[in-house]
Structure formats: structure tokens, C-alpha cells
Design a protein around this ligand. Structure first.
Ligand SMILES: [Zn+2]
Ligand SMILES: [Zn+2]
Length: 827
């Protein structure tokens, strides 16, 4: 009898990129594999499902009490995460009270975590018909051509279980033949576009003349050529563009035929070009960055802060030239050979700074944000990993990129609330995580803002950070003249039309007469926040949320801005049948209509989420602004961030009171930031801009601080105010939320939790529970409990108590169905 072969089994703890409460243990029989934390593996889960997981821990022995399943395959030879990245992930999970799996889900691109739930799509640059393929691959590509995308689970059904087909999928991916993605988050955008060109021989005036002569007898071709030349902004004295994209030049079917004919004649050619995001925006600035004396001093001061190993806060008023300082810092660090990260809040709305950066750094720079297409994202990822890419301009999630030798992080507009992820978990703050990342990787970090968060201001002014103020505007730009319009007074004096004061209207008129442009800001999109029956007072509400439905006149629908629910506009009141429905409040759509009515002949544009769904439409609005095809731009928060138009000299704020009275400890800060940002849009250069703010409380102290440029006073006062009430930066907040379809269940569970926590921590620390202003969202009732941890206490001890308590209550039979959200440093 042969001796029994003793196989060596090893045991590993694996985290899956899923919201699982703990790591799973698997066994592996291949003893020759070098197993270290951070290596990717494929593991089975729940029957036949496959997942990519990450080895987190090698166990010494088989865990007692159960027999672990074998893992299917070890993917990497080298760990996917190095020790520092593992530490970073663990920090995020522990600081923001979530599972490592949730962090993995946020930080590993879908292409690197293949699972039964992944989707496959053909790579846009791959032509499968030209290849010699196995029968399986041809099956895959012909199905992909038919279906556009396939779920991996469906592919598995055809290609069978086991691991060989998975390997082929990964190979196809590595060869850039397919793309792997999550349907939920990723969407694919073609990377190439067709551009029609007039061919080289015809690109002189005389050649064109001859061409026209030769087609004299063919009026169709002549007309087509004329239309092409006018559309392609052709100019004989150079500088004009000889090409035009297919999108810019839509053709009818008969035109297509004419075009084809002229292509055959050699008049036109079609060139496929890579789509350059932000590529076609014109910028007036020069490539070379030269610092003024003041900027140079600030720049040197930044380096001084770096030498002291402190985070730096650069507080520079709008127009003081922060961007130029960033460019010089980036150049400095890139030249020293390190990688750099420039973080921006939601890049889509800060196109101008991105194109400025692109002009300076060209192809050594990658752009990483939610609208970046999948192949572009992967290019950035791989470029950073291989070190071929030196600079990334990205949103908060770019802190998860696999930097090899990070030297500098810049967090621009550090106060911006979009740095904080609120849904789903991990609910991390991009700026704060970046500070930790800088610490971990020993890189330098600088935060910039004209209106920093009170927390950052406090850290800088108390010496924990290095503080640099840049209070002088660059060149000839000056602080705008800010006026507050007393709306109560104006209404009494009949100086209001359609809720717009005569003073604001006069401002628009004067601005146009001076050949300049205006902005009207209102942070509400749609037509009206609600409609109401005149006879019985009925208001249509979202069936899933506790909010009224917003009327969208152009889309002819009622929309919920919280869950996306859409319904038709009712022809009559559902409650009493009356046909008299009235609209209330003002959204940007309605303001656009009002302005068209009050100022006939004016060109009104609108910029909000509804008008900027595609990058193209967004860029079109920017173009129209820069070519002066818009007199007044009505817009939401989008218009307040990062847009510079030289000839915008007047900005009106329709309603500031809603921001000021928002029931939140940051209301003052937000109002101050918003008003400063808005006034930054007026008169960026030579002309002194004007700002008018409609309010019922013109004597609110914040207003005068904004108009007098008294930032320091504002911050000093706000710090004292926060201290009095023990709000951040004097405490840390954690918000615990209970959620359930049953209101009573959600309330009861959080009451029990509150009672227990109060017993342990006291009523100074545990505040609530209370229902938020919108107490039901997406069919779930919501209750909040706020935990305020003063700086004198240990945050981590209290977090442990909180988490244990939440775990305890979730284990109780009666409350098991209640969902819990723990949000650290909530917005
Ligand atoms: Zn009614
Ligand atoms: Zn809703």
C-alpha cells in the first residue's frame, strides 16, 4: 500500500470587496506559492459564485470548529497592495467605522476585482474580426457585439465552471480586448471621434477658389462645401480649424451621400482622433507661469512649511493666484522625480483649472474623476502604478490610486463639502484622508482655499499647520462691491417683479449696456419646488420620500430630487379634482423664464444639473459664455465654482436666506463661503464687479463681514462660537442613523440605543435621537443620534463603545431589521 500523500495546507484570511462584517478564511493547497498579505486571490462564495479577494493575514493553523473551503486561484505574484496601502485601507476602515471590504470596494477598480457580478464589454479599440481567435473567444466577441455587455455569471454558464475560462477573461483584459466593469458605477464612452477635414491640397485660398470653380455646376456640392467652411470656423489667414467633429456637423442622409462623393474625389478626409477631455476649451492664459513678488514670497513660505514637516494651509482670496503657486510647486516636485496629486472637488465643474494644468503638464498628467471613461481611468491607474504618469488631477477617490513615490498632495478648495463621501460607505473625507496619506507616505501636503473650513483655519492659526495668507488680489483685479437688497422693503415699495427686485433688474440692464455679462444664482434646479391645489391645498409628494415633488416644466414632469422618482404633472388635483394648480417657489427654470419675460431681447442661459448632463452640453454653455452669446447665466452652485469669465461683472443672488437659516452648525460658514465664492465670480480682472444679494435680513452680521472683506474677523468669531457650543474643531461628531420602512421600528431601536449610550456617556455627548427635516427617504424612515466627542476625550474609545452598542442592538431579535449608518465627521 502506498503511503498517504501529506499535502501541505495553508490558511489565509481574505477580505472581499463587499460589505461583509469580517474577513473569510480559506485554505490553499499549493505550498510553493509565496503567500503574503495584499495578494489577490479568487475564492468561491455561496455556492458557485466567484469573487476576487485580498489576502490580509496568513494563519498559523487551521481555525478550530470548521473546515475552510479551498480558494480557487492565486492571481498575483507580487502583492497588489503594499504594506503602506494596507495600512491606509485599515486606517480608513477604522477611522470611518466601516469594514475593510467596503474600503476595498471603493478603492479597487472593477477591472481588478473580477467577480460573478462583473460585466464584460468589448474594448472600443479592438477589432475582433481581424484576429485569429479560439472558438470560445469568438463566441464571446460575437455575443458582445450583439449584446454590448455580458455578465460574467452568464459567460460562466456557457464556458463552464472551473478556473480556466476566468484566466482567459483576465488575459483578454490584459491584452486590451475587453473591459471589465460594474454596471452600477461605470459607463463607457468612446475614446475616438471622427473628424472631417478638408484635405491638404485645398487648404489655401487659391486652391479653394479653384475648387469652387470646379464644382460650379454642382450646387449641392457647392452648398455643402460652404456649410462645411462656415461651420469649421475656417479662416484663410491661418488660426482657423480645418477640421470639424461629426457631432458638430450633423448631416442629413442626402448630405452624407454628397460628402461620400467628395471624399472619393479627395476633397475631404475622415480622421479618427482620440477624444481629448477638456481639450477644446480655449484658455486666455499663457502656458508659462511667472509669479508676482507676493506670490513668490508665498511660494517660498510654502516650502518653509514643508521643511518644518507641517501641513500647509494657503488661504488666498479669489484672484490671488493660488493656481500659479500650485503650478510652481508641482513643477518643483515633478522635477525632483516624485509623483504628485492635485485634488479638486468634482472636476466636471472646474474644467478651467484642469485645462490650465493640461497646458502646462501635457501628457505627464492624468485626470481622474467620475466622468472619466473606463479605459481612461485604467490608463491613469496603470500609469501611476508603473510610474510613467507623474501627476494626477483628481477628485476625492484619487487618494486610492497606487502611487509609487508620492511627494506632494495639493487639496484645492479644501473646504468644499463634496470632498466628503456620504453614501455609500466608506464615508471618508478626501481632505482628511489625504492628510493621513501624506503622513503615511511622508509626502508634503498643502490645502488651499479662499474660505477655508473653520476646522482648517483653527489648525493653521493655532500653529498645528503652517499658515500662509495671500490677501492681495493679483494684478488689477479688485474686491467687488457687494450690496444686500432688503426684499421686505422692496416688496412694500412695489419694487419687485416676479420676485426679482428692481435693483437687480437694473443691475442686469446696466451690465448689458456696458457690454458685459451677468450671473443669477439660485441653488434650486427645476421650475418650482412644489405645486399646490388652489382649492384644497393638496401638494404632490414623492411616494418614497417625505418631500414635495419639484416641477420640471421643460421635461413636463414632477421629480423627486432625493430618489429620482418621476411622475407626470397631474392635470387636476388628485384630492378634490380642481384643475387649478399653482406653482410655488423658484427654481432655475422658472427664473430663466422670468428673465425672458422681464428682459425681452436678452440672451438668457441656464447652467444646472439638467442642462449639463453631458460633457458636451456643459462645454457648450462655457463656450457660449466666452463668446458672449449669453447675457445672463442663471445657475445653481455649478456657476459658483472655478468658472472665470472676464466679462462677468455682475452677480445677483436670488435667495440667500435658505442657506443662512439651514439648521446646521455650519450654516454661518457655508453662507460665508458661498457669498465669497459668488463674489469671486464678479469682476475677476480689470472692472470692479458688483454683487447684489436678495435677503429678508440685510443686517445679518455675516453680510457686512463679507462685503468688507473681513475674513479674519469672521473666522475668529466663528471659532469662538464653535468653542462656546463645543462644535468642531473643539469636538468630533459621529452621527448614528437608524433606517427602516417601519417608522416605529426605526424610532424604537434608536431610542433604546440612545438610552444605553446616555447611560455610558452622558447627555452632553449623546444628543437626540431626533427625526431629520426630511424624515423619510427612499421609503425608509430615518432617525439621527448625534455623538459629540469633546477633544478632551479619546475618540477611539468612544467609537469602540458606539460600535459595540450598534452591534448589540442589531443582534436583538426585535430590531434586527433596522439598518444602521455610522457617519464620522458628517457633513
Ligand atoms: Zn384640490
Ligand atoms: Zn423621492
Amino acid at each position: 500500500m502506498l503511503p498517504e500523500i501529506q499535502r501541505i495546507r495553508k490558511f489565509v484570511e481574505v477580505w472581499l470587496p463587499l460589505a461583509l462584517p469580517r474577513a473569510l478564511t480559506y485554505a490553499i493547497e499549493a505550498d510553493e506559492e509565496v503567500l503574503v498579505p495584499g495578494i489577490r486571490v479568487i475564492v468561491p462564495l455561496k455556492g458557485k459564485k466567484l469573487y476576487t479577494g485580498f489576502i490580509w493575514k496568513i494563519l498559523d493553523q487551521c481555525p478550530e470548529g470548521f473546515e475552510p473551503r479551498n480558494l480557487i486561484e492565486v492571481i498575483d505574484r507580487q502583492p497588489y497592495f503594499n504594506a503602506k496601502r494596507i495600512q491606509f485601507i485599515e486606517w480608513i476602515a477604522s477611522y470611518y467605522c466601516c469594514n475593510i471590504g467596503e474600503v476595498l470596494l471603493a478603492c479597487v477598480p472593477a477591472a481588478h476585482r473580477l467577480s460573478s457580478e462583473s460585466y464584460v464589454q468589448m474594448h472600443p479599440d479592438f477589432d475582433w474580426r481581424k484576429e485569429d481567435l479560439t472558438s470560445e473567444a469568438s463566441w464571446l466577441f460575437s455575443s458582445l457585439e450583439k449584446n454590448k455587455k455580458l455578465a460574467l455569471s452568464d459567460i460562466a454558464k456557457v464556458l463552464g465552471a472551473g478556473k480556466s475560462w476566468l484566466k482567459s477573461i483576465r488575459n483578454l483584459q490584459a491584452e486590451n480586448k475587453i473591459l471589465i466593469f460594474d454596471t452600477l458605477v461605470d459607463h463607457y464612452r468612446p475614446r475616438t471621434q471622427s473628424i472631417f477635414f478638408l484635405t491638404e491640397p485645398f487648404r489655401t485660398e487659391s486652391a479653394l477658389e479653384m475648387l469652387f470653380e470646379s464644382i460650379q455646376e454642382k450646387p449641392e456640392e457647392e452648398n455643402f462645401l460652404l456649410r462645411f467652411l462656415s461651420k469649421s470656423r475656417f479662416q484663410t489667414d491661418s488660426g482657423g480649424s480645418w477640421g470639424i467633429t461629426r457631432d458638430e456637423f450633423p448631416m442629413t442622409d442626402s448630405e452624407k451621400k454628397i460628402f461620400q462623393r467628395m471624399v472619393r474625389k479627395g476633397v475631404f478626409e475622415i480622421v479618427k482622433e482620440k477624444v481629448q477631455p477638456f481639450g477644446n476649451l480655449l484658455s486666455e492664459t499663457t502656458v508659462k507661469s511667472i509669479l508676482s513678488e507676493i506670490q513668490k514670497t508665498a511660494y517660498e513660505d510654502v516650502l518653509k512649511g514643508f521643511n518644518l514637516d507641517l501641513p500647509v494651509l494657503l488661504m488666498g482670496v479669489t484672484g490671488s493666484g493660488k493656481t500659479e503657486i500650485y503650478i510652481n510647486l508641482l513643477t518643483h516636485f515633478l522635477e525632483s522625480g516624485t509623483q504628485c496629486l492635485l485634488m479638486l472637488p468634482e472636476i466636471a465643474i472646474t474644467v478651467q483649472i484642469v485645462s490650465r494644468m493640461k497646458m502646462v503638464f501635457g501628457d505627464s498628467m492624468g485626470v481622474y474623476h467620475s466622468r472619466t471613461s473606463l479605459p481612461e481611468k485604467m490608463e491613469v491607474w496603470e500609469g501611476i502604478e508603473s510610474g510613467s504618469l507623474k501627476l494626477v488631477v483628481g477628485v476625492r477617490s484619487s487618494i486610492f490610486l497606487p502611487f509609487q513615490n508620492l511627494g506632494l498632495i495639493i487639496v484645492d478648495e479644501e473646504h468644499d463639502s463634496s470632498y466628503k463621501q456620504s453614501e455609500p460607505s466608506p464615508r471618508y473625507h478626501g481632505r482628511d484622508a489625504a492628510i493621513y496619506l501624506a503622513h503615511l507616505t511622508q509626502s508634503k501636503i498643502i490645502m488651499g482655499s479662499a474660505t477655508p473650513s473653520v476646522e482648517s483655519f483653527y489648525k493653521a492659526s493655532s500653529g498645528k499647520w503652517h499658515f500662509i495668507q495671500l490677501i492681495q488680489r493679483y494684478g488689477e483685479s479688485q474686491l467687488p462691491d457687494i450690496k444686500y437688497v432688503d426684499m421686505k422693503h422692496a416688496i412694500r415699495n412695489l419694487q419687485v417683479k416676479l420676485d426679482i427686485s428692481q435693483k437687480v433688474l437694473d443691475g442686469f440692464i446696466e451690465t448689458k449696456e456696458n457690454n458685459q455679462q451677468s450671473i443669477l444664482f439660485q441653488n434650486r434646479r427645476g421650475y418650482a419646488p412644489y405645486i399646490q391645489c388652489v382649492d384644497c391645498g393638496w401638494i404632490p409628494y414623492c411616494p418614497a420620500c417625505d418631500v414635495s415633488l419639484t416641477l420640471h416644466q421643460i421635461k413636463r414632469s414632477l421629480n423627486c430630487h432625493y430618489c429620482g422618482h418621476t411622475s407626470d404633472i397631474p392635470g387636476h388635483c388628485i384630492s378634490c379634482g380642481s384643475v387649478q394648480m399653482e406653482t410655488f417657489g423658484y427654481g432655475t427654470e422658472k427664473l430663466e423664464e422670468s428673465l425672458n419675460q422681464l428682459l425681452p431681447g436678452y440672451k438668457i442661459g441656464r447652467m444646472d444639473q439638467d442642462t449639463t448632463q453631458s460633457r458636451k452640453s456643459y462645454e457648450q454653455i462655457l463656450r457660449k459664455m466666452s463668446t458672449h452669446e449669453i447675457d445672463i447665466l442663471v445657475g445653481t452652485q455649478m456657476v459658483t465654482k472655478g468658472l472665470d469669465f472676464e466679462s462677468v461683472t455682475f452677480v445677483a443672488v436670488f435667495d440667500i436666506d435658505r442657506v443662512l437659516h439651514y439648521p446646521e452648525f455650519r450654516a454661518n460658514e457655508r453662507t460665508f463661503q458661498l457669498l465669497n465664492q459668488i463674489s469671486g465670480r464678479a469682476g475677476r480682472r480689470k472692472t470692479k464687479g458688483k454683487v447684489m444679494v436678495q435677503t429678508n435680513k440685510p443686517y445679518h452680521p455675516i453680510f457686512s463681514m463679507v462685503s468688507n472683506g473681513e475674513s479674519m474677523q469672521f473666522y475668529q468669531q466663528e471659532v469662538l462660537h464653535r468653542q462656546d457650543f463645543c462644535f468642531p474643531p473643539f469636538s468630533r461628531l459621529v452621527r448614528i442613523t437608524s433606517r427602516n420602512v417601519d417608522e416605529e421600528k426605526a424610532r424604537l431601536a434608536i431610542e433604546i440605543l440612545a438610552k444605553d449610550l446616555i447611560k455610558k456617556l452622558g447627555t452632553d455627548i449623546v444628543l437626540g435621537p431626533e427625526a431629520p427635516s426630511i424624515k423619510r427617504l427612499r421609503n425608509q424612515f430615518i432617525f439621527h443620534l448625534l455623538i459629540k466627542i469633546p477633544n478632551t476625550l479619546s475618540v477611539s474609545n468612544i467609537k469602540t463603545i458606539l460600535l459595540e452598542d450598534v452591534k448589540w442592538i442589531s443582534s436583538l431579535k426585535d430590531h434586527r431589521s433596522v439598518q444602521w449608518i455610522v457617519d464620522v465627521d458628517p457633513n
